[in-house]
Design a protein around this ligand. Sequence first.
Ligand code: F6R
Length: 242
Amino acid sequence: MKVLILETTADAEARAAGIIAETVKAKPSAVLGLATGGTMLPLYAALRRMHTDEGLSFAQVTTFNLDEYVGLAPSHPASYHHYMRDVLFDHIDIDLANTHLPRGDAADPIAEADAYEALIASAGGIDLQLLGIGRNGHIGFNEPTSSLSSRTRIKTLTESTHAANRPYFAEGEALPKYALTMGIGSILAARHCVLLATGAAKADVVAAMIEGPLAAVCPASALQLHPCATIVLDRAAASTLN
Ligand code: F6R
């Protein structure tokens, strides 16, 4: 595990975006695994800027997102399909046909999960998997106690995840109970994992991921096993590391 501690949040976001840009420049047909959430918004803004100002091209890139809420159609404003179009795909030269997220509104979500794994395999696997981390240690929507070898499947969302994601839903709207998420085994199969965590609220879980025991109660600790994992932190997120 390589841990990069940057002075400011903007520095950490820029470094993580820079790692993605370098990957795409080195391999224009790269397969990227993408994440959503608040942490990623400035990173995607940086990629949009690199596309517009520096000509960074995603024309040959293929993407696979980590997760989607079960029951939400792509047009739902809180869906990750919607998020990705809004913050990245509609602003760069990527071919939408090469962007993939699990369909939350699939009639058979179990079959959808299996088909998603098969699609990733048929694309040759993921070159770079971008990750955020939940305050409970989740990566993707692999909530605590997820099996460390799990593959794409349905997971029940925890109360802590509901609380963190409530602001993305309309007032009074019920949050989805389940998500389709790539598993921890799917994530560990990526050739390079890059996790970005910023802010003091993530400091304790970052320390558990990096310095704590390898344990299903902190799914992100599975990255300790990965031969090429880069953790990008700002000073606040790194503040409780030994
Ligand atoms: C979503 C995902 C999640 C988030 C995590 C952190 O695709 O992968 O694991 O990365 O919940 O979310 P924020 O950045 O909103 O704190």
